[in-house]
Design a protein around this ligand. Sequence first.
Ligand code: GAP
Length: 458
Amino acid sequence: MATTAEPRAGRLDDLQKLVALCKRRGFVFPSAEIYGGFANTYDYGPLGVLLKNNVRDAWVRTNIQRRDDIDLIDAALITSPKVWVASGHVSEFNDPLVQCLGECKNRYRADQIDTTRCPNCGGPLDAPRMFNTMFKTQVGPVEDEESIAYLPPETAQGIFVNFANVASTMRRKLPFGIAQIRKSFRNEITPGNFVFRTLEFEQMEIEYFVEPGTDEESFEYWVGERERWYIDLGVRRENLRRFEHPADKLSHYSKRTVDIEYRFPFGEGWGELEGIANRSKGPDNSSWDLWQHEQSSGQRLTLFDEEKKQHIRPGVVEPAAGLTRAALTFLIDAYDEEVIDATKTDVRTVLHLHPALAPYKACVLPQYRNKPDLVRVARGVYEELRRRWMIAYDSGSNIGKLYRRQDEIGTPYCITIDFQSLEDNKVTIRDRDSMDQSRFGRVPIEELRGWLDSHLDY
Ligand code: GAP
């Protein structure tokens, strides 16, 4: 595995610094900005898309590619509304809403404020009312009760309704998992804190089906696995903790839920990064959701146990990660402002992103942009390397500024072509975290692919 970022003391104290960087460097833009934006919606720019793709790829590598027991599916977003009735989302996916009766008329989630007065203007609040956070839409030309469909608030139901299809086509035996990565939608009314809480977001979920009665054991395993994934990708352990949901606050399908929380630089600090739920609340510790869908559809959602000669409805454990929330977390944890000189006038902004997550794996730079021989060699190196990785090329400024530009977007290595390269066919490689330009020695151009391969291996 590639080295993770070097130990660092820095901590992002103000989210707005990251929001500004994300806009300045093309990670995330406010949505419909030219119209003044739209609450809790954001657009991902060129670097944001690369980062998100890398988060997704790292998750797929760990949970699909390097395991024998989990398959990935991609179910339709808009599907039969019966799915959401059976899953309990139509009746249960509600948030308690209160509105300010004073001047500002703001709305709040009653469970997220601990006051009877409006936190904004101090006015009185009305009594909590429940509202369903699923977005409704309509299928077909006529708008009536029959045409209602829902945008999915989680990816999980697409998995449960395909349980039998996947189990039989992939000839699965317990334990095995089905995973899905796609968008989910929630009518969130509370302030989002940048992309932490948005109306649409991407999730990476696994439903891991187990022999009934082994769900608790599997649950413990998955909490550990998922925590380790973030740490392996560079998130500092001290910024992570586990939060056990109290029994009286569990979702309608859950026997037990533990959140992996991250210390965010807003609100009360600790906030949910990923939830791991034991959804085995059905009869005999079986999957609550499979049970519900069996009852509603009349179809059997079980596996046949050849030894016991009986149909078994498995238990299920669900590690549910937010892709976009994970991307935000990686950015926050990687962000640093480092004082470079003793006079404290030179401060560099750097993203210590794990190389697997960095939008660009390296940047190729000619030392002088107006020297055609240097540019020719640099372009050649760039063309060769980008056959394999996302590589940046930059020649627009002096070399020191170029390095800093790459630091700010998390590029782990800068490959510089200088006059000596024309003589010895070798390059210098600058390391983002240490800023050291000599630790790797001069690397022959013909060995660069192998060099990067070993340093980017994850
Ligand atoms: N299937 C279970 C489920 O959806 P959840 O805890 O509601 O569980 C899982 O969501 C993860 O999805 C959260 O831990 C978070 O990372 C992400 N998530 C949930 N709501 C979100 C929102 N409005 N914006 C961004 N991410 C969100």
